[in-house]
Design a protein around this ligand. Sequence first.
Ligand code: LLP
Length: 424
Amino acid sequence: MDHFTYRNGRLHAEDVAIADMAQQIGTPFYAYSTATLERHFNVFAGALDGLDALVCFAVKANSNQAVIKTLANLGAGADVVSGGELARALQAGVAADKIVFSGVGKTDEEIRLALETGIRQLNVESEPELERISAIACEMGVNAPVTLRVNPDVDAQTHEKISTGKLENKFGIEWTRVHDVYGKGANLPGIQMRGLSMHIGSQLMDLQPFRDAYTRAGDLVAMLRADGHTIEVLDIGGGLGIPYFEDEEALAPSPADYAQVVRETLGGLDVELVLEPGRMIAGNSGILVTRVIYVKEGATRTFLIVDAGMNDLARPTLYSAFHKIEPEAEPAPGTDLIDADIVGPICETGDTFAKDRRLPPVKAGDLLVMRTAGAYGAVQAGTYNTRPLIAEVMVNGAAFAVVRERMDVEDIIALDRLPDWLED
Ligand code: LLP
């Protein structure tokens, strides 16, 4: 459920008319709904009721501080994958002991920052990383809390670019080697082995891969305990899929069904669980608002050329992802629909948000809204074609605030430097 609805024929985010925001701040922009964010977090966390579980929002999905802080106020921790995300989470007020750090390529600086700030755990993905953390922790005279990320060799049955749990993927330590590598970690100075972690992929629409992976994790915990290790933590990652269009609504697993799988596979394990949902919390909490620049009648199709581009929302071109696109003005019942391609201004054919999309007739100047853009939207934006990063807005009831300023072209150009031989 979300809080983007038509009222008196105009699309609103909570109590704020999208058109009013567009008028005040210009387009394109992302808008986030506080009520939707809060609802999704509470439903997800509530489904885990009775389990010893910490929900760490995967900041990579949406790292705006207003989003992180809204969730932190509800008790969320943070899953971060870079020093930058760690700094953002801390600055947004997430307590260090609620931050977990994942990722295959942590640098020395990032490891140092994690140890200095005293985060909850580093999820370690390789033996060289384990050795590096040991060396840095010894140098700093601290003990590094570590989980070992297991690659369970489970096919998440999602898009190949966001599957992470198969042996051919770069993530984690293959499950057959966990016994050896965990034992090695336990003997390394400066390392405090706390348990295991895993994350098998994103946008999973089927719960069976979770069941398979979590069953494997449970077996590994039992094996490690039999080896004499103390296992306190099991971090089971994120990945729960969400509906991007109506037909998916019946297919998307509910947080309650997901939590049932967690209970059945891990409920009796006597470990503290960490969960890292990103998309489930932020996805449907955000929209991208864009304005039609031109309606171009091509030889074979109609193009709606909008002012957002693939640099603002990369998901359609990167993953052939579907985002529902709605007009800001509610069509009258019985309006004849047209088929159109919705495209951006960027000089690539890949700059296409939707092909052959059925929409009510639209004219230049109209606003369109791309739904489910709160996760992996703004965070994946770039400045291709020297297009400034767009504004982000947060709505809360009848109030809204710009939570990231639109960049200026000058901001981008100002980063360039001319070498001395080109200076006038
Ligand atoms: N934990 C780890 C270690 C991850 O790598 C990820 C996502 C998550 C948690 C959160 O997964 P979620 O609950 O959001 O599915 N850009 C892609 C998605 C990339 C996901 C990367 N890792 C997209 O737009 O579909």
